[in-house]
Design a protein around this ligand. Structure first.
Ligand SMILES: [Zn+2]
Length: 209
């Protein structure tokens, strides 16, 4: 198989960025670039002479979206893909988040608008494969899971531990419904690539009983 997944740990909140590279076509897709300048992603793309086809976001939280603008500035041809609610709410980046990083309380990060807005059940063809998107509200309103070739990129919906519910844009009951739906939809052999922590088989997940 020509697809390879590289996992990078983002700054601050130790969220995951994944770069899926198709070595047959020398193209790649970045999921959740959450480090401000996306330096490692840019280095991977440039040193291997890859074409960055898409940047895809699992959800609107800043630790998953922060590096998008840097990637879009470097590779303006690339397309940003996310759900409608992610596109809407990502604009309200958490100011508290940046206070970890900058002394300047006026620092602002405004995510560029998406090029492709995903609706429930949409597919996105990519080389010989096809991304499938599943809206999974709960951890956040705009959360979605991204399926490709027996891999499921779950953002903060499925992680090695139960997600954090912040009381503003989270709803635990919605999350439980989303997880039940994912369990009914995907095989136990699906590889989960979570928003934080290491990947694991769906059958080994202990997050909900
Ligand atoms: Zn999150």
């Amino acid at each position: 198989m020509s697809l390879k997944v590289m996992q990078l740990e983002n700054e601050l909140m130790k969220s995951n960025c994944f770069i899926i590279t198709d070595w047959k076509t020398h193209s790649c897709v970045v999921i959740d670039p959450g480090s401000e300048k996306s330096m490692r992603e840019i280095e991977h793309i440039e040193s291997n002479r890859l074409h960055l086809d898409y940047i895809i976001l699992t959800h609107e939280h800043t630790d998953h979206t922060w590096g998008v603008n840097a990637l879009k500035e470097k590779f303006p041809y690339t397309k940003l893909v996310c759900s409608e609610l992610c596109n809407k709410y990502a604009k309200k980046a958490s100011r508290a988040y940046f206070l970890f990083y900058y002394d300047d309380p006026n620092y602002k990060y405004e995510l560029m608008p998406a090029d492709i807005i995903i609706k429930e059940g949409d597919d996105l063809h990519w080389n010989d494969d096809c991304f499938r998107f599943i809206h999974t509200p709960g951890h956040s309103r705009g959360s979605m899971c991204i399926y490709l070739d027996e891999m499921l990129f779950t953002g903060d919906t499925i992680m090695p531990y139960k997600p954090y519910f912040n009381g503003r844009d989270s709803n635990e009951e919605d999350w439980e419904q989303s997880v039940i739906m994912l369990k009914e939809t995907f095989s136990q052999d699906t590889i989960i690539y979570p928003g934080h922590g290491m990947s694991f088989l769906f059958r080994d997940w202990k997050g909900i009983t």
